[in-house]
Design a protein around this ligand. Structure first.
Ligand SMILES: NC(=O)c1ccc[n+]([C@@H]2O[C@H](COP(=O)([O-])OP(=O)(O)OC[C@H]3O[C@@H](n4cnc5c(N)ncnc54)[C@H](OP(=O)(O)O)[C@@H]3O)[C@@H](O)[C@H]2O)c1
Length: 195
């Protein structure tokens, strides 16, 4: 079965978005770090995000995350669906619009992640199933024993409130598997989930 990886960015105090879904703290963050081993920022060309994304076979998110993407990426205006060529499951109890365009494969699904996992895993093949977010979706996978790894890019910003990285305590323990430091002051922590 495909490995599931919750890959996202978090504030220093464990939030992935502000209460109003703003990501300005992340997208606008400008820090520097010139210490040993610093690599170019995660979103730079050929950087950590691109390398991670190459290993992704399928994606899954909650509806708030999907609607944020639709609101902020000008898909129809030529910006293009950023995940073309990879199936993207959106968990929702509602009917949601799906963008048109070459390679767009958005599947709106309502149900337990355990039921959907087999189909998602098959679609991901020998690549990873990327849990894009949010914290409730990651917690659903964890509760079913279906979360394998957490890759967290920590941004040194304290929000004080917002959308949490996880919605519930994580069953089992986590083992540090790797770290990366970036020249923009962010740090990536990679953990394996032990069950
Ligand atoms: N910092 C980062 O890297 C990062 C990463 C991802 C997301 N984000 C941001 O974080 C925020 C995430 O918000 P969030 O955690 O509140 O929401 P979310 O997980 O994106 O969406 C939650 C919603 O998804 C639907 N849903 C979840 N599980 C479901 C299931 N099993 N079956 C059917 N529907 C299900 C429900 O809404 P309905 O049924 O009403 O549709 C639920 O209210 C967004 O602003 C997003 O942009 C940040």
């Amino acid at each position: 079965m495909a490995r599931t990886v919750y890959y996202c960015a978090s504030s220093l105090d464990g939030y992935i978005a502000e209460a109003d879904d703003s990501l300005d703290w992340l997208l606008g963050y400008e820090g520097t770090f010139e210490g040993e081993g610093a690599e170019p920022g995660p979103m730079s060309e050929g950087g950590a995000y691109e390398r991670f994304y190459e290993g992704v076979g399928a994606l899954v998110s909650g509806s708030a995350t999907y609607e944020w993407i639709l609101d902020h990426v000008d898909v129809a205006g030529g910006g293009g669906w950023p995940y073309a060529g990879k199936p993207f499951w959106v968990l929702s109890s509602r009917e949601l619009p799906v963008p048109e365009g070459e390679g767009v494969d958005v599947r709106i699904a309502d149900g337990s992640v355990a039921e959907l996992y087999v189909e998602m895993s098959r679609a991901a093949g020998d690549r990873a199933l990327w849990i894009v977010g949010g914290g409730g979706v990651a917690s659903q996978f964890a509760a079913e024993g279906l979360l394998d790894e957490v890759h967290l890019t920590v941004v040194p910003v304290v929000l004080g409130a917002g959308k949490p990285l996880f919605e519930h305590p994580l069953p089992g323990s986590m083992q540090l598997a790797g770290t990366s430091v970036f020249n923009n002051g962010m740090v990536e922590l990679r953990y394996e989930v032990r069950r």
